[in-house]
Design a protein around this ligand. Structure first.
Ligand SMILES: [Fe+2]
Ligand SMILES: [Fe+2]
Length: 377
């Protein structure tokens, strides 16, 4: 083996306070002896494992719905929900294929179901969400609460809750985006999975009772106790969400980085809907172009309405309705609405609740060039 292949000093940095030890034959022999005992000298890897700032292995990506849709539908012919458990085409970030993540520690996929189909009930440590892309008649049953789902509705299946999905007999083929923190649960080595002993669960409450109870904006059902760690509302309907955004747009300039943006929250606490995954919907007014910023935590976006483009870490991505794109942690991103007459809406879920809970949240504006990144490609 040549010296180059044995290099232990590839992460040296000539900066005070950082590891900076050149290899010598004596040191290399020492490092090899340490390695034979399943140990190592920290200074050979310290600069790698403690980067100056987050160094995500995820890359910015965009998946065009027009490219994926036919193959998602093809899965209907190839496997049944009984065989597959969940009939899903997942999104794989080339930098995260080892953990099956779309970005960072977040998983995402496109699930398809035909009228009359119902997948078996199960529960897991991972927290899950769904954003409805197309079709009618979809429903989810979460711990006995049956939620009917339409286009651009957002629904939670919090960790530990029994849940199953299906499409009514008189519905149409439905496609929705799943989002889960499966990679995070596996990284924490805390992931359990159970199939419901009866395969399907009963509907134990009036249909859509969670929104009827909790979705009155600014109103809270008196005397209703809620102590669980997730939102009792479970479903957030598109009509009310879009209405809230357009109302806010009338009276506010919004964020210079995100336009008019609202978080989907737990109405009982004002906090995120689930402990590990947060979600937001933002509206970019006609012609709006935001400035770049970056945050700890990563984002999976779906265009819910309109068309536009985003610059992520210097790369420009064009998007239109149903396209999905990801922003890895600590990468600058900015968004633009391509239309001068119509608004554009971006749904996103993210791991900011984890960043905040652990005291890791940071945010930084791009300071140069009027707040816009140079576009490299
Ligand atoms: Fe699930
Ligand atoms: Fe942002």
């Amino acid at each position: 083996m040549s010296m180059a292949e044995q290099a232990f000093d590839q992460y040296r940095e000539d900066v005070a306070g950082r590891a900076n030890v050149a290899d010598t034959p004596e040191l290399i022999a020492y490092y090899q002896r340490l390695r034979s005992m399943a140990t190592g000298a920290l200074w050979t890897v310290a600069n790698k494992i403690e980067p100056w700032e987050p160094a995500p292995s995820s890359v910015p990506m965009l998946w065009r719905y027009a490219d994926l849709r036919e193959d998602v539908l093809r899965a209907l012919e190839l496997v049944t929900p009984e065989q597959a458990g969940r009939r899903v085409v997942y999104l794989e970030n080339p930098g995260r294929s080892d953990v099956v993540a779309a970005v960072g520690w977040l998983y995402s996929g496109l699930q398809v179901m035909a009228p009359g189909e119902c997948a078996s009930s199960h529960r897991h440590s991972a927290s899950a969400l769904r954003f409805i892309m197309e079709g009618s008649g979809a429903f989810t049953n979460v711990d006995g609460h049956k939620l009917t789902l339409g286009r651009n509705d957002f629904v939670l299946t919090p960790n530990g809750t029994w849940h199953e999905h299906g499409v009514a007999e008189d519905g149409t083929v439905c496609i929705w985006q799943d989002g889960l923190d499966i990679p995070l649960m596996n990284a924490l080595e805390a992931n359990f999975y159970e199939v419901h002993p009866e395969l399907n669960q009963a509907v134990s409450f009036p249909v859509d009772d969670t929104t009827a109870t909790w979705a009155g904006s600014g109103l809270r059902p008196a005397g209703m106790e809620w102590n669980k760690r997730y939102s009792p509302m479970l479903k957030y309907e598109w009509a009310a969400t879009y209405h809230a955004l357009t109302d806010l747009a009338r009276v506010s300039d919004g964020s210079p980085f995100d336009g008019i943006i609202m978080d989907y929250v737990n109405p009982a606490t004002g906090g995120s809907g689930m402990p590990t995954i947060g979600a937001q919907m933002q509206l970019l007014r006609p012609g709006e172009r935001t400035k770049a910023h970056r945050q700890t935590g990563c984002f999976v976006y779906q265009c819910a309405k309109g068309k536009g483009w985003s610059v992520i870490n210097g790369t420009r991505f064009e998007w239109q309705e149903r396209d999905i794109f990801v922003v890895p942690a600590w990468m600058y991103h900015e968004h633009a609405n391509a239309s001068d007459s119509e608004d554009a809406c971006l749904f996103a879920f993210h791991d900011l609740p984890v960043m905040r809970a652990l005291g890791l949240y940071r945010e930084e504006a791009y300071g140069e060039n009027g707040g816009h990144q140079p576009v490299l490609q």
